[in-house]
Design a protein around this ligand. Sequence first.
Ligand code: UDP
Length: 483
Amino acid sequence: MVGFSSDEHIVMLPMMAHGHLVPFLALAREIHQRKGFTITMASTPLNIQYLRSTAVSEIRLVELPFRSAEHGLPPDTENTENLPLDQLINIFRASESLEAPVRQLLSEIVEKEGRPPLCVVSDVFFGWAVRVAESMGTVNVTFATWGAYGNLAFISLWMNLPHRESESEEFTLPGLPDRIRFPISPLHQFLRMANGTDSWSRFFQPQISKSLRSLGCLCNTVEEVEPIALEWLRNYMKIPVWPIGPLLPSALLNKSSSSAGHFYKHRAGKQPGMSVEKCIKWLDLQKPDSVLYISFGSQNTISQAQMKALASGLEESGVLFIWVIRPPLGFDLRGEFKPEWLPDGFEERTREKKQGLLVKNWAPQLDILSHKSTGAFLSHCGWNSVTESLSQGVPIIGWPMAAEQAYNSKMLVEEMGVSVELTRGLQSEIRGEEVKEMIETVMGENGKGAEMRKKAAEVAERIKAAMNEEGEEKGSSIQALDN
Ligand code: UDP
C-alpha cells in the first residue's frame, strides 16, 4: 500500500437516491476508519439532512444549492424516492446542475488546504465530475453502487452494445459465456424501439461514456463472487475495476445487532414495525435455519392478490416466518395496516399457532438475517438485500421486481446456485400451491434446500475471506480498497 498520510482529503458525490447514498456513506466510513482521511460528502440540502439523521458524525457533509422547481420537479423533491416514473429522468438531468457548485467546493478546498483533494469519488451517473476533478488538478474515481452483473447489464443497455438475442426473449453479450443470458426487460424493449433517441439514453450514454474516462471504477461486490462479470467489465471499461464490497456496516459482521439496526433504521427515515429485541427474542426460541424471512426492500410492494396467494402458501407450508408487510400496490404506502389485505383470519391463526411474526413496514433486516434461526430469505433481489443475505450464508427465494433485480436473480440462480426464482415482476400471477411447494423445497432439511444452504455458506466464506484484514494475506476487497 502506498503510504498516504492521514491528512488526505477525499470528496464524494453520490446520486440523489437512497440506494446510492447508503453505499456511499458506508464507503466513506470504511475509508475514514481505515485510513483516517477526511471525507467530504456533498449533495443537495434535503439529502444532506437525511445523511445527518444517520448519525454518522465522522463524515463532513456539505450542502450544494439545488432548486427542484427549476428542473420541473415537484416542490422539495431532491431524491428519486416517491418520484413517479415519468418524472424520474428529470432528477437525473437535474443532477448535472451540481457541476458548478462542485467546482466551487473544490476551489474552496484548494484555497484552504493549499492543494487539491486526493481524489473525487463520484457516482457512475455523474460523468461530468471527471472533467471537474481534472481541471482542479486531481483525479476522479467512479463508484458503481451495484454488483458486477447489474453493472454490466446496465452498461450494455445504455450504451446500446450489440446483444445476441435468443427466441426466449433473453440476451447475451459478446465476451460473456453463452450460457449467461439476461432477461429482456420492459425498459430494454423501450430503449430498443427508441433506438438511442429517447430522453433516457440522451442522459445516460454521455454520463457513462465520461465516467469511463475515470482513473478507475469501484464496484460494490467481491472478486471471488462475480469473477466473470468483473472480467467483462474490465475488458469493456479499459480502466481498473476494484471490487471493494460488500459495503455492509461493520457491526453486522461483528454480529453486534444493536448498532446495525440503528444504522438501517434510518435508511429511508423509516420506523421499524417491531423492535430489534422483540424479533431476536422470537428468533431465539426457534430451531436453526427454521425461519423464512420475507421482505421486498425499501421501495417495492406487491398487489393484494399476490399478498393473499403468498399468505395462503406460507400458512399451508407451516414454515415459520418473519414477514415485513406493507400496504399493497394501489394503497397509500403510509397508511394503516388492514387485515383484509390478507386471507380471512390469517393474522390470528398464525399468531395462535406461533407460526410467525408480521412486521409492519420496516424490520431490522440485518439482525434477522444474521440470526442462526433464519434459514432463507424471500427477496426482491435488491443488491443490498442480496449481499446482506449472502454474507450470512442465507439462501434466497427470488421475486425480482424492478431495476437490475432480474439480472441479480439470474446470477444467484444460474451462476451461484444459492437461489430459486418464485416469480418475476409486479404483474405476475402466483398461486398459493406454488408458493407452498417452493417454500417447502427451500426450507427442507435435505435435497435442494440443503444444497442451496451449503452453497450459500460457501459464498459467505468467500465474502468473509475477501474482507479479512488479519495477517499477511489480506482479503481481495481490502486489497482493492487499499489500491
Ligand atoms: N431494509 C430494512 N428493513 C426492511 C426493508 C429493507 O432494513 O424492512 C434494508 C435492507 O437491509 C437493505 C435495504 O433496506 O439494506 C434495501 O436495499 P435493497 O438494495 O435490497 O433494495 P431497494 O430498497 O433499494 O429496492
